[in-house]
Design a binder for this molecule. Structure first.
Ligand code: NAI
Length: 456
């Protein structure tokens, strides 16, 4: 038996951050990971999709450079090379995580971990025939693709006709036509890549809008931009079956079928808790996810859960912060997790970035709001760099307290600007005070300042 102060189960963003911070906090740590360090984010999610999307963006710029005086002939995209480059980026980052673990003295065990329960030695996890015990256990097992009994889904996944975020990022050959089931983040980012490189794409979404909780007007602008790229949308459509050559769905009670040679299954993810022995801990669960409090503690003293496994906000950056909160509480530093200012980004072209309440969500909570909206075209840099752009910045203000509670943007660089907006939410600074902030000129970020002056 190997005993350390902390055992971390899962080596994705939540797990590796927890291991690093715990080691830095003076704890001895064992990190158990069954596949690859970096988890879904580094290996088959956030990072690889960004590599693909950047290649598509460069290709699109070259194809449509005339308006900017850039004439490129014979522009081609080599998808296999794009995928190969993505592989190199992933490999470098995964090995970087390995080096960080080594530098911090974390004992990394590459094997499937199974929780046996609590003994006098602490929480015991079995991996590769050996036992690892920790006074504290941090659950960071991530999430898995959601499936449900849909005729043809299981067969499709087996045959490779239906793929998930995992397989689609590594395919070396292009489909002739892609059907994405689900118009959420994964469906949209992948549709964006394939459409930009010339593959016809249809998105089938059961809601009446794409991009889930995104501000409705922004979601509509995004859809308009996508339509220009040739993406076809079937909204308010319920998928009923997957056949060998297409997807059957119901629209207004009518049965229809969309044919295509590849189907992307992107209907959401759920906490991964199967086969890891969670039941041997007796932690409280809610709809398949491990319940945590604001200190990231589970119902069992000494056991914490960070990242997708707690089913709260399935984003890598949420997991990072949750990991820090868990570790700080383990090492005796009181720390509390706040979810009110977590930014989210859809890395399509144009990018969508938001933080906090939308007008809709704030009103549903009974908050009295003021909303201000400006066009991105107010920014000199945006005008200089974007042809016929229709980006906007919308801010939501708590009318009673005169503070910012939401910022929603669509347009270039918004992914890099949104953390500034998150800081504005976190600090609860009044709108009058925020107006005194000096923004660099000319930048697209100035639209936030313009929007602040539009609050009446
Ligand atoms: P999602 O929850 O974002 O979207 C799933 C979509 O599928 C929803 O719009 C839902 O209405 C739709 N849907 C569900 N069942 C359906 C059905 N039977 N027929 C048609 N539509 C159906 O989930 P997604 O896109 O799979 O992403 C999974 C997770 O990964 C999310 O939690 C997301 O936050 C995260 N992620 C984040 C990224 C980012 O931050 N840029 C990028 C990729 C993933």
């Amino acid at each position: 038996m190997t005993k350390t102060d902390v055992v971390v189960l899962g080596g994705g963003p939540g797990g590796y951050m927890a291991a690093e911070r715990a080691a830095q906090g003076g704890k001895s740590v064992t990190l158990i990971e069954k596949r690859a360090l970096g988890g879904t984010c580094l290996n088959e999610g956030c990072v690889p999709s960004k590599a693909l999307l950047n290649s598509a963006k460069l290709y699109e710029h070259a194809l449509h450079g005339e308006a900017f005086g850039v004439i490129a002939e014979n522009v081609k995209i080599d998808h296999a090379k794009v995928v190969k480059r993505k592989g190199k980026v992933v490999k470098a980052l995964v090995s970087g995580v390995g080096s960080t673990m080594q530098a911090n003295g974390v004992n990394v065990v590459m094997a499937n971990g199974y929780i046996k329960g609590k003994t006098a030695d602490g929480f015991v996890v079995e991996a590769d025939g050996k036992e690892y015990a920790g006074e504290n256990l941090i659950l960071a097992c991530g999430s898995e693709v959601t499936t449900f009994p849909l005729p043809g889904l299981e067969e499709g996944l087996k045959s490779g006709y239906v793929v998930t975020n995992r397989e689609i990022l590594s395919m070396e050959t292009l489909p002739k036509k892609l059907i994405a089931i689900g118009g959420g983040v994964i469906g949209l980012e992948m549709a964006s890549y394939f459409a930009m490189i010339g593959v016809p794409v249809t998105i089938i979404e059961m809601l009446d809008k794409i991009a889930g909780p995104t501000d409705r007007e922004i979601s509509q602008i995004l859809m308009k931009n996508y339509k220009k790229k040739g993406i076809d949308f079937k909204l308010s459509c319920k998928v009923t079956a997957i056949e060998a050559d297409g997807v059957c769905y119901e629209e207004n009670g009518e049965s229809k079928k969309e044919t295509g040679d590849l189907v992307l299954w992107a209907t959401g993810r759920r906490a991964f808790t199967k086969g890891v022995g969670i039941e041997n801990l007796g932690v409280e669960m809610n709809r398949g996810a491990v319940v945590t409090n604001e200190f990231m503690q589970t119902s069992v003293k000494g056991v914490y859960a960070v990242g997708d496994i707690n089913g709260k906000i399935m984003l890598a950056h949420t997991a990072y912060r949750e990991a820090e909160v868990a570790v700080n509480n383990i090492i005796g530093k009181k720390d509390v997790m706040r979810y009110n200012a977590i930014p989210s980004v859809i890395y399509t072209n144009p990018e969508v970035a938001s933080v906090g309440e939308t007008e809709e969500s704030a009103k549903a909570k009974g908050i009295d709001v003021k909303v201000a909206k400006v066009s991105m075209r107010m920014s000199g840099r945006y005008m200089a760099e974007v042809e016929k752009g229709d980006g906007i910045c919308k801010i939501v203000v708590d009318a009673k307290n005169n503070t910012l509670i939401g910022v929603h943007m669509i347009g270039s660089y918004t992914s890099e600007m949104i953390y500034g907006a998150a800081l504005m939410l976190e600090t609860h600074i009044s709108i009058d005070h925020l107006k005194e902030l000096v923004f660099p000129h000319p930048t697209v970020s100035e639209v936030i300042r313009e929007a602040l002056f539009e609050v009446k």
